[in-house]
Design a binder for this molecule. Structure first.
Ligand code: NAG
Ligand code: NAG
Ligand code: NAG
Ligand code: NAG
Ligand code: NAG
Ligand code: NAG
Ligand code: NAG
Length: 479
């Protein structure tokens, strides 16, 4: 197991800069903990082959059942007027007979990247919200092919993002991005894609860049971002320790009120998390220390399992927070884990140097990233079942595989000037803008467009008693 995704991610990107001596200590720490983990703990816990076997057994059982995120999508380019069919009381026959939805069974999340000479749809000159560390063209990335692909689902089309259509669809509504800097990366991509129609006005309540709020005045559309890399309450340790690197205390059963108290009014909440869980962590539950990961504390369990447990509980708690909101009526999207692509140990010069996407048969999710993906989808399914009892909607933006196939989309060393007098690790976590993360918003728009249909299908399933078999939907895909 390589610690490929351990990486500095902060709201302003400043902490991406690691001073040399710190990196050295990190190298020592990680080598030591890797050694300990590999030689002592891993064989005791489970081998990755047995995990794969375990999951493939589960998958075989559900092969005949279509994943719940499959639905018939439109192949027309006409603008959809959804307002007439978006009420939850509208009958299924009304929607299925609607001319805007051509019936075609298709999982939009399974497919391949195909060339798209028309892309990109904005540049570093036309969009001013590109975050410095993701402004790859500005920092001299020489190749441009990585911007020129679109996602082609097997058996149907995923339309390219149409900014006017998006803004029509969300007018009078509000959307929150809840997560870390990859979540912010997606939001900035969305702003850039929409910039062909309109730029938003900054109406943030605070000077704190981690909590931004924008409004598209013509459309009365509000977009906000909430910084919560762990989704739950966390605190940074003061580094009063033998190895002076920062670690985080996670209180995995406590809400992070910075966002949980703020999202009730939102119509769409897009939640995601991942990479921060690869950092040194100390996990607390019910006020008790559970264990840690990469912390080298005496007499404390230091295991990958602690990290996985923390990840699971963080999602469980985040979804519980959403399901416990009294007045929340929004649609909750889980944007699944976006894999990183370090070709080695991240802080020992690992990089991501490919300039082309993988084909779907050339790569598959494995190791820690597979574990994260499966964990969050399981917790999502559980939350979806709970939420449904209250009439709350949960939708999976199942983009992990698509992003796994884009090792070419990261800033690598083009997130800064080469001559900067600091040691910067190559960034194989975030995504260049423009770049493959723009496609996440193609998926988002497609999901929004189809929301009335998805809702109707859900209603239909409910009536037919399908809710009893929801548990079989737990593991949707084998990557
Ligand atoms: C959409 O449908 C609603 C209700 O039928 C109607 O009031 C509205 O004008 C339509 N909007 C567009 C853009 O066609
Ligand atoms: C849609 O449903 C409404 C209410 O059930 C009904 O009055 C209307 O005729 C239906 N329209 C179509 C096109 O089926
Ligand atoms: C955009 O990138 C080009 C390099 O292709 C660079 O010369 C220019 O300064 C950049 N502009 C902005 C606004 O970042
Ligand atoms: C704008 O949308 C919000 C809901 O997001 C609504 O409360 C408000 O009344 C709308 N304002 C206008 C001027 O339509
Ligand atoms: C993947 O699929 C493509 C097209 O179907 C094929 O040409 C290629 O040989 C396959 N690659 C591998 C590694 O199986
Ligand atoms: C680069 O950093 C070193 C060590 O901190 C320092 O001695 C040197 O003056 C710096 N060089 C520049 C150009 O800032
Ligand atoms: C749920 C649904 O409407 N499925 C339909 C999707 O399209 C195929 C092929 O046109 C139909 O056979 C399905 O019934």
């Amino acid at each position: 197991m390589k610690h490929q995704a351990v990486h500095e991610l902060t709201s302003n990107g400043k902490n991406q800069v690691l001073v040399q001596h710190k990196s050295l200590k990190l190298v020592l720490l990680f080598s030591l903990s890797t050694l300990v983990l590999v030689t002592v703990f891993i064989p005791i816990i489970f081998s990755s082959t047995s995990t794969t076997y375990y999951y493939s057994i589960l998958f075989q059982n559900i092969n005949s059942i279509p994943p719940s995120n499959s639905y018939n999508i439109t192949t027309t380019t006409t603008t959809t007027n959804l307002s007439s069919s978006s009420s939850s009381s509208s009958s299924t026959s009304n929607i299925s007979s609607s001319s805007t939805y051509k019936k075609k069974h298709c999982d939009i999340f399974t497919g391949d990247w195909v060339p798209n000479p028309e892309a990109p749809y904005y540049t570093n000159e036309t969009c001013w919200v590109i975050h410095e560390h993701q402004n790859c063209i500005k920092y001299g990335r020489p190749d441009t092919e990585f911007m020129k692909w679109r996602w082609k689902p097997d058996g149907c089309e995923l339309p390219i993002f149409d900014p006017a259509q998006f803004l029509e669809l969300v007018s009078g509504k509000s959307m929150a991005f809840v997560g870390d800097s990859v979540s912010r990366n997606q939001m900035q991509s969305l702003i850039c894609l929409l910039s062909r129609v309109e730029y938003p006005k900054d109406v943030s309540y605070t000077q704190d860049d981690r909590f931004k709020r924008y409004i598209y005045t013509t459309y009365n559309f509000t977009m906000a971002t909430f910084w919560t890399p762990y989704l739950v309450k966390s605190s940074e340790s003061d580094a009063n320790r033998p190895v002076d690197i920062g670690y985080y205390n996670l209180y995995v059963d406590e809400f992070d009120e910075a966002w949980t108290t703020q999202i009730e009014e939102f119509d769409y909440v897009i939640i995601s998390a991942g990479h921060w869980f690869f950092r040194p962590l100390v996990v607390y539950e019910k006020g008790q220390l559970v264990g840690c990961h990469y912390c080298l504390k005496d007499n404390v369990k230091d295991l990958d399992l602690v990290m996985y447990h923390g990840y699971r509980k963080a999602f469980r708690t985040a979804f519980k927070a959403i399901n416990s909101l009294k007045n929340y009526k929004g649609v909750t999207y889980l944007r699944t884990f976006a894999p990183s692509h370090f070709d080695g140990v991240w802080n020992r010069g690992a990089n991501c140097v490919r300039t082309k996407p993988f084909r779907s048969n050339e790569t598959h999710l494995e190791g820690q990233q597979l574990e994260f993906y499966l964990t969050q989808v399981q917790e999502f399914r559980e939350a979806e079942r709970e939420g449904r009892k209250k009439g709350l909607k949960f939708r999976l933006l199942d983009t992990t595989k698509a992003m796994l196939m884009r090792p070419d989309g990261h800033p690598s060393r083009y997130g800064h000037w080469p001559q900067q007098n600091v040691t910067l690790s190559n960034d194989c976590v975030h995504w260049c803008l423009p770049g493959p993360i723009d496609s996440l918003n193609d998926f988002l728009l497609e999901m929004l467009k189809n929301e009335p249909l998805i809702s109707a299908e859900e209603e239909e399933k409910k009536k037919m008693g399908y809710s009893n078999i929801d548990r079989k939907f737990f593991l949707v895909k084998k990557y």
